[in-house]
Every structure is written in structure tokens, then in C-alpha cells.
Design a protein around this ligand. Structure first.
Ligand code: SDX
Length: 432
């Protein structure tokens, strides 16, 4: 076992700290004290830039090589050979399902696609122009009141049932949010259809007796769902684990994770990319926009990544998928602006030095818009498949004997002890 020898020059003390899996245990540093009642040395790592929070066997990323694997399978092979529900099974159970196992899983999900009628009424309470992420987050949390038995998180059977419910209901809630915005009647699930075809049915069916999805678009959506299903300890998954670590039920934990995803630096970026491309407006305006970003005014949304310091492998597949979608929908100028933006950025020292490449959000929004989704729905489309990753990571947390309630420490920078001054003698408070 390799180790560090650490000398504390405050006291001359020396300790040996074992290195396992390329890490040291932060708690080993607590041996280094300046006095017997000293808490001991702590690490300080804002935003967890260099901190592992768990051991996980679900997803592997090599940021320098641009590698992404789910349970060991390269994302490229999964996107080419599997359906989203097949990959969902892989993430949740650790192995790709055999035919019979997949059929059982698909039928289980189909059994849970409907929403309790009171949940529909809950959705009707939102304004027509409510952002669908706010509606989604609230509705998922509300489902914890529909399924109170979900609080028994230690029962594996119960967990599995709630997981199937969440995977199945995300598309239904999303479609209801969309229909609510336009004052359209809700479309009930059609279990003759595949997962993505049924989602498209609930989104877009009008007065035709049976919705028929375009197979190229349905497959493109399935691939996009596969690409978005998990991504190790990203911000929203970290949130899922933190909330889940208090033994909260899976619905409120997923609602919290979705809330984290909604931020423009995370899953909200795909919506921001479209706004950015609209602002740029033309290929000729790209150089000026790039200069604005380099001058420190804003970011290239859909570029950069905390882990990938190479091209996000998902972005490559999404770019290919875009070409498939455009054979049906026709291309639009935004893809040309995006490609010009990518071309210029990949040659520019500012971005090259910072290893900024297109990430999963750069091209996905263009596809979604071409398919007919409103930009406000893009992050919801991210959440639909990511719920599988959140739940797989949540299960792993619950089954990990090393995990406890998440409760980080801090460096205190406030006042030392001081005492209350009676109101009559109190000076005006300075605006902190
Ligand atoms: C997702 O973590 C995951 O796995 C997330 C995700 C998943 O599947 O769950 O992959 C999904 O969230 C993808 C990321 C989507 N977000 C965006 O596209 C928003 C734009 N990107 C950035 O905000 C940024 O790149 C982050 C948030 C993605 C990563 O930021 P970091 O790792 O905290 O890096 P940083 O902000 O410290 O930036 C380092 C430098 C800075 O410049 P300097 O201060 O050194 O001069 O790079 C610059 C930043 O200003 N920079 C950018 C930039 N991203 C970073 N400059 C211009 N445009 C950008 N997009």
C-alpha cells in the first residue's frame, strides 16, 4: 500500500497517510493537531474541485481522453445498439438485460406512466406561462404525498417500485406541462408505443385517432435520452446524494436534484445556448460575439466542462444525431452558427488554453428546437433521462456501508464571541 509521509511543521509531528485508489482519507489528517483539544487538520475544497465523495461503479469518465462509459460500456456503443430503457436497466441493475428481462422492465414502466388525477389538478394550478422546470420540480415533490410509503427507503422492493414510477412518470409530467402552456387537453399514455414514441404522443397528439411518431425522430430522442442518463458526480447527482443521505424519500430527493439541474451552468445551459445563438443571429456576427466572451463579457454557453478537458463524447454523437433529425425537419441556420462558433473557438488560443470544448448542451438544444420542443422545455428533456442516473446513484448511496448523512465542515470567518447590546444603546447596523 503506497502512502504519504506528512510532516506538520507547526509541531514537528510526522504521520503516514495511506494512499488508496489515488486518494487519501481526509479524516487521516485529523491526527495532526496543535493542541490536545484541537479538532485536527481539515481539508478545504470549495466546489469539491479535488474531492471524491463516494465510491461508484456506475459511470466512468476520463476527461482528458474524452471517455464516457456506463457500467463499463462505451457511450458510443450504447447509443448505437441499445434503447433508452435498456440503458436505464443497465444503470439501475449493473448489467444489460436479456430479452425477457427487458420485456418485464418495459412492461413495469408502462404500468406506471399515468399520473394520479389529483396530480393533474395540481398542475392546472400553475399559470399558463409557468416555466416547465418549476412545474416539474414541484410536481415531482408533490408525488411524495401521493406515495407516502416511499419514505421506507430501506425496503428494496419499495425502492424498485418508486424508481419505476419516477422513470415512467417524468415524460407524462413533461407532456402535461407542455399541454398546459397551450391550453391543450392532456393526452393519456398509449402503452402500445415505445417509451419515446409515447412521450411524443402525449406531447403532440391532436385529433388523430392514434399518434404515429416519426421513427427517425423517435430514435433520435431515444439516443439523446441515453446520452443524458448519467454522468457520475455532477452537481445534480451530488444534490441527489446529499438529500438522499438524510434518508428523505426518492421523490423529494429527485425534486432537489432537478432543482440543481435547472441552473444555467448545469442542465439549464441547453436553453441558454439557444438564447446565445439567437443573440448572435448570423454567421457573420460570430467573431464579434467570441471577442465579447474573450473580453470577459459572458460565457460561451454549451462550452467547457469541469471534467472533460477534451471534446465531450456525447457532443460528437449529438452532432451526428442532429444530421439525422434534419433529414426530417430540415436544417436551420442555428446549426450553421453553432458549427461556425465551434470552428472559431477550437482554433482560438483563449479557449484552447482553457481546454474549452463543446459539451453535451451545445448541440442538444438545436435538435430539440428542430423537433418542435420549446426552449423552456430543454432542461426538462435533460431531466427525463437523468432521473435514471440520479436514482441509480441514490440506490448505490443507500447500499454503501461507508456513507452517512452528508454534513461538510467550514472555515469560520465571522465574529468571535460578542454580546447583545440593549436596543436603546444599539448603533445603526452596518449593511453587511
Ligand atoms: C453540464 O458536471 C457534469 O458532468 C455536468 C454535465 C452532466 O452531464 O451532468 O456534463 C452537464 O452541466 C454540462 C455543462 C453545461 N454548462 C455550460 O455549458 C455553461 C458554460 N460552461 C461554464 O460555465 C463552465 O465551463 C462549467 C460550469 C461547465 C465548468 O466550469 P468550471 O469547471 O468551474 O471552470 P471555471 O468556471 O473555473 O472556468 C475556468 C476558466 C475561467 O477562465 P479564467 O478565470 O481562468 O480566465 O475557463 C473560463 C472561465 O472564465 N470558462 C469559460 C467557459 N467555461 C469556463 N469561458 C468562456 N465560456 C465558457 N463556457
Amino acid at each position: 500500500m503506497s502512502h504519504l509521509t506528512v510532516t506538520d511543521h507547526r509541531t514537528g509531528a510526522q504521520i503516514e497517510v495511506p494512499i488508496t485508489d489515488g486518494t487519501i482519507r481526509a479524516t487521516d489528517l485529523k491526527q495532526l493537531k496543535t493542541a490536545p483539544d484541537d479538532f485536527g487538520l481539515m481539508t478545504y475544497d470549495p466546489a469539491f474541485l479535488n474531492t471524491s465523495s463516494c465510491r461508484s461503479s456506475i459511470t466512468f469518465i476520463d476527461g482528458d481522453k474524452g471517455i464516457l462509459r456506463y457500467r463499463g460500456y462505451p457511450i458510443e456503443e450504447l447509443a448505437e445498439n441499445c434503447t433508452f430503457l435498456e440503458v436505464a436497466y443497465l444503470l439501475l441493475h449493473g448489467e444489460l438485460p436479456a430479452e425477457e428481462q427487458l420485456a418485464v422492465w418495459v412492461n413495469l414502466v408502462k404500468r406506471h406512466t399515468m399520473l394520479h388525477e389529483t396530480t393533474k389538478k395540481f398542475l392546472e394550478g400553475f399559470r399558463y406561462d409557468a416555466h416547465p422546470m418549476g412545474m416539474l420540480i414541484s410536481t415531482i415533490a408533490a408525488l411524495s404525498t401521493v406515495y407516502p410509503e416511499s419514505r421506507d427507503i430501506k425496503d428494496p422492493e419499495n425502492r424498485s417500485k418508486q424508481i419505476a414510477r419516477l422513470v415512467a412518470k417524468m415524460p407524462t409530467i413533461t407532456a402535461y406541462c407542455y399541454r398546459h402552456h397551450f391550453g391543450l387537453p392532456y393526452i393519456y399514455p398509449d402503452n402500445d408505443l415505445s417509451f419515446t414514441e409515447n412521450f411524443m404522443n402525449m406531447m403532440w397528439k391532436m385529433l388523430e385517432p392514434k399518434y404515429v411518431a416519426n421513427p427517425i425522430l423517435a430514435r433520435a430522442l431515444d439516443i439523446l435520452f441515453i446520452l443524458h442518463a448519467d454522468h457520475e458526480q455532477n452537481c445534480s447527482t451530488n444534490t441527489m446524494r446529499a438529500v438522499g443521505s438524510s434518508q428523505a424519500d426518492p421523490y423529494v430527493s429527485v425534486a432537489a436534484a432537478a432543482a440543481a439541474l435547472s441552473g444555467p451552468l448545469h442542465g439549464g445551459a441547453n436553453e441558454e445556448v439557444l438564447k446565445m445563438l439567437d443573440e448572435i443571429g448570423s454567421i457573420e456576427s460570430v467573431p464579434a460575439y467570441v471577442k465579447k466572451v474573450k473580453d470577459g463579457h459572458g460565457k460561451l454557453m454549451g462550452f467547457g466542462h469541469r471534467v472533460y478537458k477534451n471534446y465531450d463524447p456525447r457532443a460528437k454523437i449529438i452532432k451526428w444525431t442532429a444530421d439525422q433529425v434534419f433529414t426530417v425537419t430540415g436544417t436551420n441556420k442555428k446549426i450553421e452558427i453553432a458549427k461556425e462558433l465551434e470552428r472559431i473557438a477550437l482554433e482560438d488560443e483563449y479557449f484552447v488554453k482553457r481546454k474549452l470544448y463543446p459539451n453535451v448542451d451545445f448541440y442538444s438544444g438545436i435538435i430539440y428546437e428542430a423537433m418542435g420542443f420549446r426552449p423552456e422545455l430543454f432542461t426538462v428533456l435533460f431531466a427525463i433521462p437523468r432521473v435514471v442516473g440520479w436514482l441509480a446513484q441514490w440506490q448505490e448511496l443507500i447500499n454503501d456501508p461507508e456513507q452517512k448523512i452528508a454534513r461538510p465542515r467550514q472555515i469560520y470567518t465571522g465574529y468571535a464571541e460578542r454580546h447583545v447590546v440593549p436596543m436603546g444603546k444599539r448603533a445603526l447596523a452596518s449593511k453587511g
